[in-house]
Design a protein around this ligand. Sequence first.
Ligand code: FMN
Length: 360
Amino acid sequence: MASFAQQLGIEHPLIQAPMAGASTPALAAAVSEAGGLGSLGVGYIEPQAILDQAAQVRALTGRPFALNLFVLPDDFEPDMAAVARARARLDALMEREGLEVRTSLPMRWTPRFSEQFAALCETRPAVASFAFDLLTPAQMQEIKRRDIYVIGTATTAAEARAWAERGADAVCVQGVEAGGHRGGFLHAGETPLIGLFALIPLAVRAVAASGREIPVIAAGGIMDGAGMLAAEVLGAAASQLGTAFLACPESSAAEAWKRDLATAEDHRIATIRSFSGRAARGLRNRYVEAMESMADELPAYPVLNALTAPLRRAAAAAGRADLVSEWCGQAAALAHPQPAAELVARLMHEYRLARRALAH
Ligand SMILES: Cc1cc2nc3c(=O)[nH]c(=O)nc-3n(C[C@H](O)[C@H](O)[C@H](O)COP(=O)(O)O)c2cc1C
């Protein structure tokens, strides 16, 4: 099998993770220009914005890049009584914290996936990655017809196998360490939290059992070249790093969020449901503690995400990072604020040094 980098015509086995709300065209383009694979998380934006952002990446680089979507149903019919209870609690919290913003009912809970998917197909990035569910066989056929390389996100061995059987070109396994939302889909009522050291070899075996020979990409807590090499030794073909790139000047994470990464203690980085209604890893801050007792009664994603979005925006504008979803992986404190091109060069330098050290 050609290496992952060879399959895509890139230099390094390194993917900058898609980060909806934090990755930018400038970040993705800088990483791709530096020889990695830059990604744009476009799960929160409307189809026209997807086309515009992809055009912005293309204006900055001719190299391959990835677009990433959350696979969701088109329509949601939430329990409106639960929505009302959540709004009352959120509004009371804003009032206590001295912020004027209040919740409101959005026109739509989230952009329609089928329309986002059509925009992605139209813009034809070299790579498309997906989280939260499998593509349907028809969607897979549609995207393959356009020669787009498909990466599916898995949080368990069974999900890795499911993506391989559905026809993905590669599977990205997301260990428990990973920042941001859990990308899994198979295990209703559970949030699998498998460590990356266990998950890589399990997923490699599960993918092989599907009869397909496709790369397994490792994500979760990888912050340096030694971590990339460790993932490779365990069987990964490439590493996908999110939090490491979050601190770059090209990321659109708020300055206070970037600052908080440096001092983030590992035990304060938790799996949180209360911002979006779906498990995601981030800093356990004042908001998380205030909402904790109600976390299980809150509406599910994307309903809660839509309700809290304006509150998070207002809190960020007021410099209240302690009320904002500060997503990050478990090793956030290892992030260095440096331009993305320098970060790619440093990671690859560390990777080569670690390789050499192992050979002795
Ligand atoms: C701020 C942030 C936003 C993220 N958004 C997305 C996303 O839009 N789509 C996705 O598939 N993964 C998303 N992720 C998860 C990453 O793809 C990846 O699994 C994770 O960053 C790896 O762990 P690390 O952050 O410790 O490197 C996000 C992660 C972070 C930190």
